[in-house]
Ligand binder design. Structure first.
Ligand SMILES: N[C@@H](CCC(=O)N[C@@H](CS)C(=O)NCC(=O)O)C(=O)O
Length: 250
């Protein structure tokens, strides 16, 4: 379902007007993901931390056959067991929380949570891309991992790795230009800034809220890739990351 924006039909985030029960697999809440996608990892971490049984459909990043039915061509896409269809990771976090426990504030109710959820996409997501794809070597290392773990067909795997490394290196460079500091220093600065939002154990205080899952998913996607040592060495973010990892088990 698309919405008219500037006179054009555009797919949009949030809960969609039409239910698609046929897209929920085995009658369970279903997420359409790429295994290595930071936005998908946000949603997986929330579902796992709540012990919600769910189906996971891995999408082929080249053909996207599994998402042919959806106007929204990015992952994650969420379909609840009753067919409710939700697009965009932060909206999906809110939807899942509201329908499974209602443990954190809704958008507009807590300015701090809203700010840090937005930060996860606008700042942290872009900062990690600048570090992971900092040069051709680190880019190739990441693409080697991504093309092994994500659902690439054997035919697409080799080309995607080499071509992907070049493309992502270019994207990494353009992300780096958004910030004043070099990529590694910038990530350190952003983690320092994030620390100021953690109130005790979590952004949500004694228990995690939407900002915790949003930022954890982004950093989780970086584990094992270039620059993760910056997270491991951070005296506030690393203990927080470990708390989130224990809760979500991913
Ligand atoms: N704002 C979206 C961003 C999602 C996104 O950009 N996902 C990437 C994968 S990590 C994607 O699907 N990109 C389009 C593509 O692969 O064609 C969200 O938060 O869910």
């Amino acid at each position: 379902m698309a919405k008219k924006i500037d006179g054009k039909d555009k797919p949009f985030g949030g809960v969609q007007p039409n239910k698609v029960p046929e897209r929920s697999v085995e009658g369970k809440p279903t997420i359409y993901t790429y295994a290595t996608c930071p936005f998908s990892l946000k949603v997986k971490s929330l579902l796992k931390s709540r012990d919600i049984e769910f189906s996971n459909v891995e999408v082929d990043p080249m053909k996207k056959t599994e998402l042919k039915w959806s106007d929204w061509k990015k992952v994650p896409v969420f379909v609840d067991s009753d067919g409710t269809h939700v697009n965009d990771s932060n909206d999906i976090l809110h939807y899942i929380d509201e329908s499974h426990g209602n443990k954190f504030p809704r958008e507009g109710e807590d300015a701090e949570q809203d700010k840090w959820m937005k930060f996860s996409n606008d700042i942290l997501g872009k900062s990690i891309v600048a570090v992971i794809y900092k040069n051709y070597r680190t880019s190739l290392h990441a693409l080697d991992y991504v093309t092994k773990v994500d659902k690439f067909s054997l035919k697409d795997r080799i080309v995607s790795k080499w071509l992907g490394a070049i493309v992502m290196r270019m994207i990494g460079r353009s992300r780096a230009k958004m910030f004043n500091e070099p990529p590694r220093t910038n990530l350190q600065t952003q983690l320092d800034s994030m620390s100021s939002g953690i109130e005790g154990e979590f952004f949500g205080g004694k228990r995690p809220n939407g900002a915790d899952f949003a930022n954890y998913g982004i950093l989780r996607s970086m584990q094992g890739l270039n620059g993760f040592d910056i997270v491991e060495k951070h005296n506030v973010i690393w203990p927080w990351y470990n708390r989130m990892q224990v809760l979500s088990n991913i």
